[in-house]
Design a protein around this ligand. Structure first.
Ligand SMILES: [Zn+2]
Length: 340
């Protein structure tokens, strides 16, 4: 169950890099600690520091993740040591843990687990977004227990899970509890089916004082932009997504995580260019101050290693001003999550 990365796995992934056609900037391949990118003396070619706003870890000896039933490739432990291996040389300086949809009976245990990780200097994890069920009457009691924790920054319920019916996030109790999160100074992550972003807009309008985070570029499918045959259905989905990203971006209390989309790309065959239309639309709509990088590791490994995903993103934004890149990879997350 616990199979840490072997050297062979690591080399295998490096070989896969070439197969994916992903060209990493030379600086991204430098060993960790060899360059301090935040040191102006090291020059403009150095890799910017990164805060990963979407880090998953799971210890299957402690937690049950029912959704792994259908994901055999992810059905093993992913611990800090694995994360450090996956991010080696990439200048990831801190990470915000993202809940992993554990069995709801273990939500408090997961929260306690990530508080421990965040407290310890041995882990890059410094804060967390925990699981919760805002539609439940017990939610206020549950989240109230963490109101004074400096480590708990917000809540997510995966709304694209089969157990989450369409429209759930607009239920009265759900909305009331997302408002409560704002009163507690916490955030709520929107992880939805792309066809339901209209619900996110309506939720945002009903919760003007809660900071909302749109996960994974609204779960757009990069293939909408690259597919040879473009069906009417594809066109409709793509245009609706484009429009609704614009509507969400108009709400200043909504920010967008640039994350997750690579998992929908074809393993071993995608290129940075395939992801660019989705990334660029989000960056252009939300602007330089309301976008944050997320690794979504180890889920991303279904299609790309952490290095391949961040390498592709660096390539996509390479022509943008360096201060905007720094905001995307680091500064916005530090400010948004009020990290010390
Ligand atoms: Zn994720």
């Amino acid at each position: 169950m616990n199979a840490p990365y072997s050297r062979r796995t690591f080399l295998g992934q490096a070989a896969g890099l070439a197969a994916a056609g992903t060209l990493l900037p030379a600086a991204a391949l430098r060993p960790a600690g060899s360059a301090r990118a935040d040191d102006p003396a090291t020059g403009a070619d150095d890799v910017l520091p990164v805060i990963d706003t979407h880090q998953h870890l799971w210890d299957l000896d402690r937690f049950r993740l029912p959704w792994l039933e259908s994901q055999p490739k992810l059905r093993r432990n992913f611990l800090t040591a694995d994360y450090l291996q996956a991010t080696r040389g990439l200048n990831v300086v801190r990470a915000v843990y993202m809940e992993v949809d554990v069995d709801p009976a273990q939500q408090r245990a997961e929260a306690e687990y990530v508080i421990e990780l965040s407290r310890s200097a041995e882990h890059p994890t410094v804060a967390a977004v925990i699981s919760g069920r805002p539609a439940s009457e017990q939610f206020a009691d549950y989240i109230g227990a963490y109101r004074d924790s400096p480590y708990i920054k917000g809540v997510r319920q995966v709304l694209h899970a089969p157990s989450a019916r369409p429209g759930l996030c607009l239920d009265k109790t759900f909305v009331r509890h997302v408002r409560l999160l704002g009163e507690l100074g916490m955030r709520f992550d929107l992880c939805m089916r792309p066809g339901e972003l209209g619900d996110a807009v309506r939720l945002a309008d009903q919760c003007p004082d809660t900071r909302l985070v749109l996960d994974h570029c609204g779960n757009a499918d990069p293939k909408w932009f690259t597919g040879g045959e473009s069906s009417a259905e594809t066109t409709r989905s793509r245009e609706q997504w484009r429009r609704q990203i614009g509507e969400l971006a108009e709400r200043k209390h909504v920010v967008c995580k640039i994350s997750g989309i690579v998992v929908r790309a074809e393993p071993g065959r995608w290129k940075a260019d395939d992801l660019a239309p989705v990334v660029n639309h989000c960056l252009d709509q939300f602007g330089p101050d309301r976008v944050m990088f997320g690794g979504d590791w180890p889920v991303c490994t279904l299609a790309a290693s952490f290095a391949e995903w961040i390498g592709a993103l660096r390539q996509i934004v390479a022509e943008r001003p360096r201060d905007q890149q720094r905001k995307l990879f680091h500064d916005n997350a530090q400010r948004f999550y009020e990290l010390a």
